[in-house]
Design a protein around this ligand. Structure first.
Ligand code: ATP
Ligand code: MG
Length: 600
């Protein structure tokens, strides 16, 4: 491709909207253009990168025996109603773009395809002889993200590879899951990325085991906890740990104390001269289930700990049937307006005890008349603890479960693991933290969708069984940007060669020098003929501008037909290190070919 013919517009300055380096660079270097919030055009250079990533994804997927297909993006609401996800996806998470057709039928734009594929499997799979089988696609997904940001990292329209496997049993599922684990590791390695596979929460997609593939970068939205021994790594949403030991409580006698102005744990501990590990704090949430029932939730945990809301959501989802619901719609900390609505009197915020009376809940049809009291294990373990007295300005000290307070029957793990905590597998290891960008996610779904949608097969004994399913996603467009986030310098992008839009760029410093032009044209033709994807910068721009652009767009190899021509040579610059070597003209093609092939 000749730059003179290409629609390449680069910007000298950072764009106003760019939030992280990779986003700024992709806009500046003319790879992407924002069309609306979370909506981007992939310009020709970007499209080549995306095709290269897709090709690697395809090769690795096909190698496992998975087959490519293409499913519809416009999906009937009925399918999502069958699985029970229509309400969660259109209302609670609100991530699905929903619309009505001219006949008033409801449709959604696919944020993911479990429903569609399960409906197809229900129609086509009859017998165990057809299993296992695995279909995947590479396609645009739509998600009405609350906060679209960081360019392609969190778009509302983005490219994903998603695959779905069907099995007779869990064992067969685990084999495919292991194949996917390897395939995903290969994909990321081949794309030149540094990553870590971590245990993950399964979220609204549901199911048992799941692993996320995180590309390590400071700009990552996810926090990862891991141990140095390499035996444990998990998303903080899922991570477990041993809390630090609680300091023994000095309050041997139960009493109520006046503790004015101590509505935070910090102020309280200062006032009482005690450790936050001696305090039971009680955090209030408001849960709404899919049938409209609201429940006020009181979570007791040790004062130095935080609630992991993902774990709490999972607990509440499991409890939905107790409230005659199927699932949790939303979880929130009630604000002042909500408190005024739900309670008869002002709450003693900062002074709440685990036994805050149910009487204060205002009777209302859709509101549970009782608090749902959950106790985290860290609170359960405390003796002679400090907690609120349900009265502003007062706490109690020296309290015990089974004496002054009744322990909830629901003891749960809802605390957030933190860096510095000890690891359960080996308490001598402490958890380290890192930031990551979630690029891939593999799930063992089990029979959640097949049971809900009646997708069954007949086993060898002639019995009808629900299909066992797995699903596997890679954010193709997110991956491409993550590669930039991991590899750039002050001059611009440094593409890993495997996914660079072109391998090489031939730059003609002076278009008026016919020798420079002739040699460049020849090299351009020879390199492309040898399979080295090469650009030719034949624009009538100053040499300095051309060099700057070549660095900015990040092509791995730059060939300059400049001064060295007098000695029958050209200058070859490696983008990654900016080191220059002079190479004899006839050696250019074989040398570059060697370099490119040497990249793993
Ligand atoms: P996240 O937690 O980042 O919102 P997710 O867990 O909802 O992602 P999955 O449903 O697991 O995402 O989708 C599979 C992959 O698709 C993710 O691992 C990620 O790489 C990519 N992806 C998800 N949402 C987006 C988005 N809004 N923009 C770009 N890529 C995305
Ligand atoms: Mg995910």
């Amino acid at each position: 491709m000749r730059l003179s013919q290409m629609l390449l517009v680069t910007l000298r300055e950072d764009p106003a909207l760019g939030e992280i380096p990779s986003h700024k660079l992709l806009v500046r270097a003319g790879y992407i253009r924002r069309v609306g919030s979370g909506i981007y055009a992939y310009l020709p250079l970007m499209w080549r990168v995306l095709q290269k990533v897709s090709r690697i994804v395809r090769e690795e997927m096909n190698a496992t025996g998975a087959q490519e297909c293409l499913l519809p993006q416009v999906q009937p609401a009925e399918l999502w109603q069958e699985s029970g996800r229509w309400d969660t996806y259109t209302q609670a998470e609100g991530i699905m773009f929903a619309l009505q057709d001219r006949k008033g039928r409801e449709l959604g734009l696919g944020p993911t395809h479990e429903e569609v594929i399960t409906a197809i499997a229900r129609d086509l799979i009859r017998s165990y002889r057809q299993l296992p089988t695995h279909l995947y696609q590479i396609q645009t997904k739509f998600r009405d993200e609350i906060r679209p940001r960081f360019g392609l990292m969190r778009g509302r329209e983005f490219i994903m590879k998603d695959g779905y496997s069907f099995h007779t049993d869990e064992e067969s599922l685990r084999q495919t899951y292991a194949d996917m684990y390897r395939a995903y590791s290969n994909i990321l390695r081949r794309c030149g990325l540094q990553f870590r596979a971590v245990e993950a929460d399964s979220g609204a997609i549901g199911g048992s085991g799941s692993t996320e593939f995180m590309v390590l970068a400071d700009a990552g939205e996810d926090e990862i906890l891991y141990t140095e021994d390499g035996r444990y790594a998990a998303n903080v949403e899922k991570a477990v740990s041993l809390p630090t030991d609680a300091v023994e409580s000095p309050f041997k006698i139960y009493e109520k104390r006046e503790t004015p102005g101590t509505e935070t744990i910090e102020k309280l501990c200062k006032f009482l001269n005690c450790s936050p590990t001696q305090v039971v704090k009680n955090v209030l949430y408001e849960a709404t289930f899919d049938n409209g029932v609201r429940v006020l939730v009181l979570v007791s945990l040790r004062g130095d700990q935080e609630v992991n809301e993902v774990k709490l959501q999972n607990e509440l989802t499991d409890l939905a049937p107790c409230y005659k619901g199927h699932t949790l719609l939303s979880l929130a900390i009630p604000d002042a307006d909500a408190q005024a609505q739900w309670f008869r009197q002002a709450l003693p915020l900062g002074y709440i005890a685990p036994d805050l009376s149910d009487e204060i809940i205002r009777p209302e049809k859709q509101v549970s008349p009782k608090f749902l009291r959950l106790a985290d294990q860290t609170a359960v373990d405390l003796k002679n603890f400090v907690t609120g007295a349900n009265e502003s300005g007062y706490h109690v000290v020296g309290a015990n479960w089974g004496q002054e307070f009744t322990l909830s029957e629901r003891v749960v793990d809802v605390r957030k693991a933190q860096g510095g905590d000890r690891a359960p597998h080996d308490p001598s290891q402490t958890l380290q933290t890192a930031r990551g960008i979630e690029i891939g996610h593999i799930f063992q779904l089990g029979t959640k969708y097949s049971t809900a949608m009646g997708a069954t097969y007949t086993n060898e004994q002639g019995e009808e069984k629900p299909l066992v399913m797995g699903c596997y996603g890679v954010g193709v467009s997110r991956l491409a940007q993550a590669a930039v986030e991991q590899s750039y310098d002050k001059n611009g992008i440094i593409w890993p060669i495997a996914i660079a839009p072109y391998h090489a760029i031939v730059v003609i410093p002076n278009l008026n020098d016919s020798k420079q032009v002739a040699v460049a044209e020849q090299l351009y033709a020879d390199l492309n003929a040898a399979g080295i994807e090469t650009l030719l910068d034949d624009r009538s721009e100053r040499a300095g501008v051309k060099f700057k652009d070549a660095d900015l767009i990040g092509i791995p190899l730059r060939i300059v037909t400049g001064r060295a021509l007098q000695a029958g040579k050209v200058e070859v610059v490696l983008r990654a290190t900016l080191t220059a070597t002079e190479i004899a003209l006839e050696q250019v093609v074989p040398t570059l070919k060697n370099w490119i092939e040497a990249v793993p």
